[in-house]
Design a protein around this ligand. Structure first.
Ligand code: F6P
Length: 286
């Protein structure tokens, strides 16, 4: 069906066959369309959805999405016995129980290319740039992009900015002969927080900076090899799981292998794995 959970409620069903996925591996976005469906948090709305699925004789729901979508799938299964398979698909890489979520790699690649370009102009004009990457509840993109672009600093989504440390790090780079600085900012709850950070950096430390919000370019574009590879393998595994009646399961990547796990194991992941990189990023910038 089209448009995720809203698609169930709107009965936006669509018949797919093998030819539906021909010639799309190189395309970004989703041919199925997507939507936010906050109403799905309400039990009565989930009951309506379950009734529609049963009436339409849908045997199982394959949900491709992030932690919100997974939560919806899990609840639909627990409350109404709807068989579900979850495929982790989100640029945020914030689902536990899997090392990989489809979309992350391409988003990181897109952000790296943008940061490299900004570094050219930053270096040409001796400037400090705050570059904001996506991640409302996760700093995974920021941390990976920060390491891959040799950023002078990475500001995490949920950590208060320490302006004197930030100024110190920038000054240290200048002492080492760097005339420009790249600070990667994880977007946090509200996109655009970098503007307030730039203002405070100017007012409290006298450092002027330019802001660049990368935004939704990170959610489009032709998928990179990891996304193509894992998306394909996960699709195959999902079909196998359906045939084996593994019907409250997620398709996960563990130690590089695509496997089936119980949906229970896949919830909100903090970016703990990535947070281990904070120290490395800091020592590389020094
Ligand atoms: O969940 C993925 C995500 O890309 C977040 O990192 C980002 O904050 C959010 O979606 C943006 O969502 P929307 O396009 O609905 O504003």
């Amino acid at each position: 069906l089209n448009e995720g959970y809203s698609g169930i409620l709107n009965k936006n069903f669509r018949q797919l066959d093998a030819s539906s996925v021909g010639n799309i591996i190189q395309r970004g976005g989703t041919i199925l369309h997507t939507s936010r469906c906050p109403e799905f948090l309400k039990p009565e709305v989930r009951s309506d959805a379950a009734a529609i699925l049963k009436k339409e004789k849908i045997e199982a729901l394959v949900v491709i999405g992030g932690n919100g979508s997974f939560m919806g799938a899990h609840t639909l299964n627990a409350e109404h016995g709807i068989p579900v398979i979850g495929i982790p698909g989100t640029i945020d890489n914030d689902i536990s129980g899997t090392e990989y979520t489809v979309g992350f790699d391409t988003a990181v690649q897109t952000a790296i290319e943008a940061v490299d370009k900004i570094r050219d102009t930053a270096a040409a004009s001796d400037r400090t740039f705050l570059i904001e990457v996506m991640g409302a509840k996760s700093s995974a993109i920021a941390l990976k992009v920060g390491i891959c672009t040799g950023a002078e600093n990475i500001l995490l989504n949920d950590v208060k900015v320490d302006y004197s440390k930030l100024a110190d790090d920038i000054a240290h780079g200048i002492e080492r002969g760097k005339k420009s600085s790249i600070i990667i900012v994880a977007e946090g709850e509200k996109p655009g927080r970098s503007y307030a950070i730039a203002t405070t950096l100017q007012e409290s430390q006298g450092i002027s900076s330019k802001v660049c919000i990368l935004g939704h370019i990170q959610r489009g574009g032709s998928p990179g090899p990891n996304d193509r590879f894992f998306a394909t393998l996960m699709g195959v595994k999902a079909v196998e799981a359906l045939m084996q009646d593994n019907l409250c399961h997620a398709i996960v990547v563990r130690q590089g292998k695509v496997e089936t796990a119980h949906l229970d194991e896949c919830h909100n992941k903090d970016d703990a794995v990535f947070r281990d990189f904070v120290g490395i990023a800091e020592s590389l910038a020094r």
